[in-house]
Design a protein around this ligand. Structure first.
Ligand code: COA
Length: 166
């Protein structure tokens, strides 16, 4: 049976840090579903449809490996989304000690909601572990250079977004 994993997130927007985890995840699962979440407790800059579109466009960089990935948007509980998609693995990237508490809590809550689904943590690579979507957006808003944090396509969308706002 193919091993299906879900990599969930807000992806507002997708960064090279997310891409690094996606590449690593493909080494441990046969099929990867990237779940772009509506309900993440954040107030995203991009709407759900745009966030999904940007992820779809970025994964094209992966060439043939992209055929093992599906990008889906979802609302409601992550464990429900995983169940509906026949996934028993939730993949999350761990960057620093500061991520640990939040990730640990989320993994335990999800485990209580559905003990049949395991959360697997993949360590972020040392050249991307400091990246955060929040800072990328702040730098873009202040007209800084975000080219080493996101793809040219995402950079273009962020710039257009903040140009419209100013
Ligand atoms: N390298 C660099 N940066 C990374 C990274 C990596 N490998 N992985 C994540 N990040 C960054 C992101 O840029 C983002 O930065 P920000 O906090 O500045 O925005 C941050 O780490 C985390 O974002 P993301 O990976 O998109 O996840 P999230 O924490 O926003 O997602 C959900 C949370 C969607 C998984 C969670 O809210 C959820 O499951 N929602 C559904 C509802 C539900 O089931 N709730 C109950 C949960 S117990």
């Amino acid at each position: 049976m193919p091993r299906t994993g879900i990599y969930p997130g807000t992806f507002d927007p997708i960064t090279v840090g997310h891409m690094d985890i996606i590449k690593r995840a493909l080494k441990v699962v046969d099929k990867l579903i990237i779940g772009v979440a509506l309900d993440s407790g954040k107030a995203p800059v991009f709407d759900l449809k745009t966030r999904g579109k940007l992820v779809r466009e970025d994964i094209k960089q992966l060439g043939t490996a992209a055929s093992r990935i599906e990008v889906r948007t979802f609302s409601g509980l992550l464990v429900k989304f995983a169940e509906e998609n026949g996934a028993r693995l939730i993949i999350r990237g761990l960057r620093a000690v500061s991520d640990f508490e939040y990730e640990f809590q989320m993994a335990c809550m999800n485990d209580r909601l559905n003990p049949g689904i395991e959360t697997v943590f993949l360590t972020a690579s040392e050249d991307t572990h400091f990246i955060s979507s929040r800072f990328v957006k702040q730098i873009a808003r202040l007209d800084g250079d975000i080219s080493s944090f996101v793809s040219p396509n995402v950079a273009k969308h962020l710039k257009a977004h903040f140009r419209k706002k100013s």
